[in-house]
Structures are given as structure tokens and as C-alpha cells.
Design a protein around this ligand. Structure first.
Ligand code: SF4
Ligand code: SF4
Length: 336
């Protein structure tokens, strides 16, 4: 891997955490840091608690001296995993790894042509009808195929660098085998994770829909929940904006839907509390629009009644996240 791509993959460290001035701004903005009364500069304690962090990036966003807290903690996880023969530094991820280390529900049999939809794992789990409709639409309007695979981000976030490289290599090989030169992602996690790692073009579904002149506008005042991977660049947020008839309000009070960084294993109450906090802030009929399938599912599971995914809405499907059947739906992608 070239140096530039590697720098981009690992994220450029802006300021070393040893330069932390302990202003506590990160602590005040993070439920995890405030629970343990920590700053990102408290390296020793963070070494013990690295798997409790949601890797949401809020600390990076607010730090006045430019410390990338998310990357600091991810690097600690990488060190723990290196010291543990490439396995996560802590227990509790057996099920996740059984599914995602060598993705169990992978299916490339519907690859067709040079461009393929990449729904990822969580979108088809929560939105099976929208996935199927979109696959059909893109096949008819743009001659695109579809591949079901996991991008590898959950494994990478456990600090398993060697396994991460293996997953990316596997995706590259399969894309080459099927002659695919463009992946169109439906999940911002897949997009931001794969874009700097793959040699093929990685695009978002919203870019593609705009190019094809597809998708209707959502009317009225709208509140949008921003997923963590979009926090730094707002790329997907800017791409969904034209699909709202009026200027939408971006909800900023909650740092993460609760699924980030696989932290829910260590901090189930904090994870639940993040989604519940949003539910409490919403008025009775207020709709929360999301553009990440994982956020939709987790917010709906934890009391947000009116969660709607932008993609399902602009395609006119209006599907509710299927929180009860999500695992079964995901398994079915193997057979589609
Ligand atoms: S916001 Fe930055 S400088 Fe302030 S305590 Fe956190 S890491 Fe240190
Ligand atoms: S990445 Fe998110 S959860 Fe982790 S320390 Fe920073 S703000 Fe807190």
C-alpha cells in the first residue's frame, strides 16, 4: 500500500495526545469520558478502557488543540490486538467475529457489469424491501449489479489490523474477478471506510441517484441525525440535502446512535442511553431522518418512534426499520 493511501487510511495525527492541556472539553462532550472523568490526554486509563469508546469522533471535533481522540483510542486498540496475536485485546466479540471476520452472508452471484451496489450488512437487515426495490431500480435504469459483503469496518475497529488488511484484499480480489470498477455504497460507514482503501471508484448511492435524476423530495421541516463517519466531512449530509424540499435541521445533541466502535459490548447502558436521549428530545410527531441503516435500527430499537431512512423515503417505499427480523433479513442476503 502506498504511503499516501496508508496515511489516509490510518488518519493523519494532528497533535499528539501528550500535548493535551486538560481543558476537559472532550470530557464534557462525551458520555464515555464523563462517566470515567477522563480526558483524551489520560493515556494510562484509556489503555484500560479503549474498548469502551464509541469511536464516534466527537472528541476530535471539539478539541481546541487538534488532538484526534478517536484515532488515539483506535491506535490503543491496535496495540492491544498486536499484543494478543491479532485478536481483540478483550473478550466479548466472538459472535461478531464469527459473522464478520470472513463475512458469512457474502453473495456476489448478482454482480453484473462494471458497477455494483454495495448495500453492506446493516441496511439490508433493517430495510429488506428498500434494498430489493433499489437493486431492481439500479439494474433497470443503470445496468448495475449488486454484491452483498461486509466492508470490514467492525473488525478494523476492534484493532485487528492484519485481519482488516485481509478483508480488504479479499474484496479487491473479488471485485477484480467479477470485473467491477465502481462500488456504489448505501451506508456511510462502508463509504468512508472503503474509499481510502480500495483501488476501484467508491461512490455513494445519493451521488448516483442524482446523476440518474432519480428520487423524489421529502417535504416539510425535517430533522436529520448525522452518523459518526460523516461527522468530519459532512459529505453524505451535503448529498442528501437536495432531497429535502426545505432546509433540514441537523440534530447535534447526541454523540452516537450507540452502535459505534462495538462499545455496546462494554457499555450497554451508555449505548442505550444515547439512543434514549434522542427519543426523549423528540416531540410526539417529530420524524428523525437518518442516512445510516445502523443508526435507524438502533434508534428505533431504543424508543425513537418516528425514524425514517432518507433512501426509503425518496424512493417512495416508506419502510420502517425491521428491528425484529434484522438478523434473519441479513442471513437471507446470502440467497438473494
Ligand atoms: S479537548 Fe483536547 S486538550 Fe482538551 S482535554 Fe480533551 S484532548 Fe485535552
Ligand atoms: S471517540 Fe467518541 S466515545 Fe470515544 S472518547 Fe471520543 S467522543 Fe468519546
Amino acid at each position: 500500500m502506498g504511503k499516501n493511501r496508508q496515511d489516509e487510511r490510518l488518519g493523519k495525527r494532528k497533535t499528539n495526545a501528550s500535548e493535551c492541556v486538560h481543558c476537559h472539553i472532550c470530557q464534557k462532550n462525551c458520555d464515555f469520558l464523563s462517566k470515567y472523568k477522563l480526558d483524551i490526554g489520560d493515556r494510562k486509563r484509556l489503555e484500560e478502557l479503549a474498548y469502551h469508546c464509541f469511536l464516534c469522533g466527537r472528541c476530535t471535533e471539539v478539541c481546541p488543540v487538534g488532538i484526534d481522540g478517536r484515532e488515539e483510542i483506535l491506535n490503543i486498540r491496535r496495540e492491544h490486538s498486536r499484543d494478543n496475536n491479532g485478536q481483540p485485546g478483550e473478550k466479548g466479540y466472538g459472535m461478531l467475529l464469527m459473522e464478520k471476520k470472513d463475512y458469512l452472508f457474502r453473495n456476489y452471484r448478482n454482480a453484473a457489469g462494471k458497477s455494483a451496489l454495495f448495500p453492506g450488512c446493516n441496511f439490508p437487515s433493517f430495510y429488506p424491501k428498500t434494498t430489493k426495490k433499489l437493486v431492481e431500480l439500479m439494474r433497470n435504469k443503470a445496468g448495475m449489479g449488486v454484491v452483498y459483503d461486509c466492508c470490514g469496518k467492525p473488525v478494523a475497529e476492534l484493532g485487528m489490523t492484519a485481519q482488516e488488511e485481509k478483508i480488504i484484499h479479499g474484496i479487491e480480489e473479488r471485485l477484480k474477478k467479477y470485473g467491477i470498477t465502481e462500488l456504489v455504497t448505501m451506508c456511510p460507514n462502508c463509504y468512508h471506510f472503503l474509499k481510502p482503501r480500495l483501488s476501484v471508484r467508491v461512490a455513494s448511492i445519493y451521488e448516483k441517484l442524482k446523476d440518474l435524476g432519480l428520487g423524489s423530495q421529502i417535504p416539510g421541516d425535517a430533522s436529520v441525525f448525522m452518523p459518526c463517519p460523516d461527522r468530519e466531512k459532512h459529505k453524505w449530509l451535503e448529498e442528501i440535502r437536495p432531497f429535502f424540499r426545505e432546509e433540514c435541521t441537523v440534530l447535534q445533541s447526541v454523540q452516537c446512535c450507540g452502535l459505534g466502535g462495538c462499545a455496546g459490548v462494554k457499555e450497554p447502558e451508555l449505548a442505550r442511553g444515547m439512543a434514549e436521549k434522542l427519543a426523549k428530545e423528540m416531540t410526539e410527531n417529530q420524524v428523525v431522518y437518518t442516512y445510516c441503516g445502523s443508526c435507524s435500527g438502533n434508534l428505533a430499537r431504543n424508543g425513537c418512534k418516528n425514524v425514517q431512512h432518507v433512501l426509503s423515503e425518496i424512493l417512495g417505499i416508506h419502510e420502517k426499520p425491521d428491528t425484529g427480523g434484522s438478523m434473519l433479513n441479513r442471513m437471507k442476503t446470502k440467497l438473494w
